[in-house]
Write a protein that binds this ligand. Structure first.
Ligand code: MN
Length: 228
């Protein structure tokens, strides 16, 4: 059966050192996964109930591309995060098997309209307008686990116009990658092409037009973008 009109092309991420691309199916995100960031947001950490939310797959912005300053906000915030890319999935995945589903790792930005998030939190409303807007997920090239293995520790940093804003280590995550994938798969069937943004450390703050953003997962991959 033909489509009524041409479908949008599938969103795709770059794979480091490869001419092939990673087709993105869904973007899952975890919140409050670093204690110091939860504290700076005035939030408590509940190990029984991780905070999960989603972004649309076409929110991806590839490395080096401009990020348009979004509409409907006066407070765009950066959140630098390690991103896990899956080449397979399932439901009720065991922690011990979780890493077999990981294709690779990237660094990304969970861009947030913080003013809209504050309103949503105050009213007990969903976070979609704060988190799931267009161009809200800049993403570095993915480094395949086949090359780099599964990093347990790596410096995670974000600089704006050359000034360091966020600095931590993925070893500080409250829910580690196997735990996160196991818990997500109890809520959603994970599949090839899924990305998981793994939470941001302390130091989130505003971005303005013209800012040059540089995110790094030290020794593994990096992302550069400009707020246009
Ligand atoms: Mn985040």
């Amino acid at each position: 059966m033909p489509f009524a009109f041409a479908p949008s092309p599938p969103p795709a991420a770059a794979i480091a050192g490869s001419a092939t691309r990673f087709p993105v199916r869904r973007i899952f995100c975890i919140g409050r996964n670093y204690a110091e960031h939860a504290a700076e947001m005035g939030a408590s950490v509940d190990r029984g109930n991780p905070v999960f939310f989603c972004k649309p797959a076409d929110a991806i912005v590839v490395d080096g591309a401009d990020v348009p300053y979004p509409q409907a906000t006066k407070e765009l915030h950066h959140e630098v995060e390690m991103v896990v890319a899956l080449h397979s999935g399932g439901i009720d995945i065991a922690e011990a098997d979780a890493l077999t589903h990981v294709f690779g790792y990237a660094v990304g930005l969970d861009l947030t309209r913080r003013d809209l998030q504050a309103i949503a939190k105050a009213k007990g409303m969903p976070w979609d307008t704060a988190k799931a807007f267009d161009h809200s997920a800049p993403l570095s090239p993915i480094r395949p686990a086949a090359e780099i293995g599964h990093p347990r520790s790596a410096a995670l940093t974000l600089a704006v116009n050359g000034q360091l804003r966020q600095q931590s280590d993925i070893a500080q995550m409250i829910f580690n990658v196997p735990e996160m994938l196991a818990r997500l798969s109890r809520l959603f069937e994970l599949k090839a092409g899924d990305l998981v943004f793994t939470g941001t450390p302390a130091g989130v703050g505003p971005l303005v037009r013209g800012d040059a953003v540089h995110a790094q997962l030290a020794g593994l991959t990096e992302l550069r973008c400009r707020i246009a």
